[in-house]
Design a protein around this ligand. Structure first.
Ligand SMILES: [Zn+2]
Length: 178
């Protein structure tokens, strides 16, 4: 899942205006950012072992939530940040195919193999977040204008027509986009 995570970030921002969209967006896709970092460092993280399992996301959420708490002094900012990281996992279950705990089975509906279906499921999640933020009147204008919704649709369409494989530092393991 890609833009669906951005929808979560937008919806959360509409409730907690103290958290910047520019913070919530990378937090919402933090497990995916970790995956790309592992590839850059040449670390094999098969099927999201070090990024998308419950222990990995709990650790990521604790670190990012701790940073949010230290920077803002707000305990709820820290808890909400950690919650946004953890919300990544159930959403990925819809589109991906990965393990959720070390040694666990591969789970997920692998909707990336059905790009049109993925588009039809994921884009409404993204647009719902955009709409909630727009209606709240609490979002920055660049994120709530109509062009932002169009950009979400174009981004999702682009991801859905591109080959659904992302780089992996694991030899012989082909991983789907999370
Ligand atoms: Zn992911």
């Amino acid at each position: 899942m890609i833009t669906g995570h951005l929808g979560v970030a937008a919806a959360v921002r509409s409730r907690w205006p103290g958290l910047s969209v520019l913070w919530l967006v990378p937090v919402a896709v933090a497990p995916d950012i970790l995956d790309f970092a592992y590839v850059a460092l040449g670390i094999c993280s098969p099927y999201g072992l070090y990024s998308h399992t419950v222990p990995a996301a709990a650790l990521t959420g604790a670190v990012l939530g701790g940073i949010a708490f230290l920077v803002t002094g707000s305990r709820s900012a820290g808890l909400v940040t950690a919650g946004v990281v953890l919300a990544h996992l159930p959403l990925d279950l819809v589109t991906g195919h990965k393990i959720f705990w070390p040694g666990g089975p591969l789970l997920g509906f692998s909707l990336y193999r059905r790009p049109l279906l993925d588009f039809l499921i994921e884009l409404p999640i993204a647009l719902a977040g955009w709409w909630v933020l727009r209606r709240s009147g609490r979002g920055p204008s660049w994120a709530t204008v109509g062009a932002a919704a169009l950009a979400l649709a174009l981004a999702q369409a682009t991801f859905d027509v591109l080959p659904q494989v992302k780089p992996s530092a694991c030899r012989g393991i082909v991983q789907e986009v999370p």
